[in-house]
Unconditional design. Structure first.
Length: 196
């Protein structure tokens, strides 16, 4: 009998949210529901009965030198995704300006991931006109504007990894360790993992 691989904290949270939705619901509607819960509730500590504990998936933003009203256009912009579970807050990913010339924002790991491990999910809102939006994938718009703040919603940074390229394989380089990893967007599950 195969031993079940241990999931990391973000994967457990994602799967618990996915199981919370009606099994007959199409995947993109489940993803939209998970996105809404993530944006509205998981940004602060929330008790999840299915995980028997308090969890959160939140972001912190730093800008050392403000030069633009658009937060993403500030060269020192850095958004950090934190995963909180079992009393431990783990810095997960950074969204910041890449050091590669003219490449824009990039997503960088703040922890080590094993081969095949869940990194993040492609979250967003339903967009039935998927051909009209650059960040829409499988009817999920991964970068909608937050109507309350007017700021682009980054969810769990999945849209920045895919970035509308249409490519299945993406190269990701952690600039600190110079280790290269191949990322694969698992289209059937809309999650991003390291490629075995």
């Amino acid at each position: 009998m195969k031993k079940k691989k241990k999931e990391n904290d973000l994967c457990e949270i994602f799967n618990a949210l996915k199981e919370h939705h009606d099994k007959k619901l199409v995947l993109y509607k489940k993803i939209a529901g998970i996105s809404l819960i993530s944006k509205e509730y998981l940004c602060s500590n929330t008790f999840m009965t299915s995980l028997d504990g308090v969890v959160s998936v939140s972001k912190g933003i730093t800008i050392d030198n403000v030069v633009s009203v658009n937060v993403h256009e500030n060269p020192s912009f850095c958004s950090t995704l934190y995963v909180f579970k079992n009393g431990i807050s783990t810095p997960w990913l950074n969204l910041k300006l890449s050091s590669i010339k003219n490449s824009g924002l990039g997503v960088f790991s703040l922890r080590n991931f094993k081969v095949g491990e869940f990194i993040t999910a492609y979250l967003g809102e339903v967009n039935e006109n998927s051909h009209e939006e650059e960040y829409t994938f499988k009817k999920i718009n991964g970068k909608p504007v937050n109507s309350a703040t007017g700021i682009l919603e980054d969810y769990w940074f999945g849209h920045q990894i895919q970035h509308g390229s249409g490519s299945m394989l993406l190269l990701w380089q952690d600039m600190k360790s110079k280790q290269k990893r191949i990322l694969k967007l698992m289209k059937s599950f809309l999650w991003i993992t390291t490629d075995p």
